[in-house]
Design a protein around this ligand. Structure first.
Ligand code: ADP
Ligand code: MG
Length: 387
């Protein structure tokens, strides 16, 4: 049984247990890993995430009244019960804000969401940088839109992306630039998705990892430094200030010469990251399209160095696992996601998976750091109706 089918079963069982009802349908949406293009999505830049075969499944039953009942198989998630009028900013907290908030933003976008009973189950690790949050939002959004009678097409999916972003920004209160929601709703299996974040234009880029004997390994450091609180907002503020000083709407439009024009060394460094990261994304896309995916390793390494030194969002755990993975034969490795903990990725030859796993565990052990967890990931499809 595929991971998606397993999660679907668990969601259906949870729907029965919690709310004593059978679903009208089950929808899934994937987590993601970002190959390259980090901290550029809010700067109008380009990124290249890939959807995973790990998903959140939502089993959903339409109700005849205005009640909304939500439950999750995550043991830390308290069930939520409310009405269609209680789903907005300030009205829901915790995990339910992601799901209820998405229903709220769909309503704001003019979709007549019906009352619903819903249960979700996910094998995307929560809070590990693989975007369990957007996978939850996307599964909720697609299910509710279809049960509201909308036809699933590209136009609807673009609307759902914006609704999911709005839910996370305004109801959860988390900054998110839109990469995660876009890949969850528009990815194609076997490909990464090049996203032009300023207008959400997307192009699938076929990866050919398996054909090249390669795999992507995710290394979850299993730490999240509290320092991270507020740092995302600070980086965004730095970028906004740099763009303002340069008279640019998007910092991604800065040139290497613009970097030199900034007086503040910190803003220079932030801008240097954004400019160089966009260049690396373009180079990776060129190589992959030319069938040369095995050559992208040094660009992953350079991305890590830029995030560590210019953007200052790495952490000792991330630096240690990236270095250990390379020493054990990875072709390239870098931190992914917001930073200050969370996960790294390594591009490895399939045959090296066990050695890389051992090396990252040993390197953390030697330094008294939390033992990391590794998993190899493959590219999966976008959100869809399963049954
Ligand atoms: P990431 O998106 O990288 O996994 P986030 O902090 O953005 O990390 O989102 C994780 C949060 O999303 C969890 O703490 C939880 O509140 C919510 N969440 C995601 N998936 C589920 C789920 N299946 N059940 C309950 N809550 C979930
Ligand atoms: Mg998230």
């Amino acid at each position: 049984m595929s991971g998606a089918e397993q999660q679907a079963r668990e969601a259906v069982a949870a729907l029965r247990d919690a709310w004593g009802t059978e679903p009208d349908g089950v929808w899934t949406a994937p987590g993601r890993v970002n190959l390259i293009g980090e901290h550029v999505d809010y700067n109008g830049g380009r990124c290249l995430p890939m959807a995973l075969t790990r998903v959140t499944a939502a089993a959903v039953r339409r109700r005849d009244d205005d009640r909304v009942r939500l439950t999750s198989t995550d043991p830390d998630a308290e069930p939520f019960e409310g009405t269609l009028a209680d789903l907005g900013p300030g009205q829901v907290s915790g995990w339910a804000a992601y799901a209820a908030g998405t229903l709220w933003s769909l309503q704001q976008a003019g979709i007549e969401v019906p009352g619903l009973d819903m249960a979700v189950s996910s094998d995307v690790p929560l809070g590990a940088g693989l975007s369990s949050s957007a996978s939850l939002e996307a599964a909720v959004a697609l299910s509710a839109a279809e049960l509201a009678g909308r036809t699933d097409d590209q136009q609807l999916r673009h609307l759902l992306i914006q609704a999911a972003i709005r839910a996370e920004n305004e109801v959860v209160g988390a900054g998110t630039g839109g990469m995660d929601q876009t890949v969850a709703l528009l990815a194609e299996e076997g490909s990464a998705l090049l996203i032009h974040t300023r207008d959400f234009r997307t192009e699938p880029v076929q990866l050919g990892l398996a054909e090249a004997g390669l795999e992507l390994m995710v290394i979850d450091t299993r730490v999240k430094h509290t320092l991270a609180d507020g740092q995302y907002a600070k980086r965004r503020a730095d970028c906004d200030e740099a763009a303002r000083q340069l008279g640019l709407e998007w910092l991604s439009d800065a040139t290497p010469a613009d970097v030199e024009r900034l007086a503040d060394p910190r803003l220079q460094a932030r801008t240097r990251h954004v400019v160089s990261e966009n260049q690396r994304v373009d180079r990776v896309v060129e190589l992959v399209r030319a069938g040369r995916v095995a050559e992208i390793g040094p660009l992953l390494d350079a991305s890590h160095a830029s995030l560590r030194d210019d953007y200052e969002v790495s952490a000792v755990e991330l630096d240690v696992v990236v270095e250990a993975a390379r020493s054990a034969g990875a072709l390239g490795a870098r931190m992914v996601g917001g930073g200050f903990g969370g996960s790294a990725i390594a591009l490895i030859r399939s045959a090296d998976a066990a050695a890389v796993d051992r090396a990252v565990v040993a390197a953390c052990g030697e330094r008294g750091l939390t033992e990391p967890a590794t998993l190899t990931v493959t590219s999966g499809p976008a959100a869809r109706r399963l049954s």
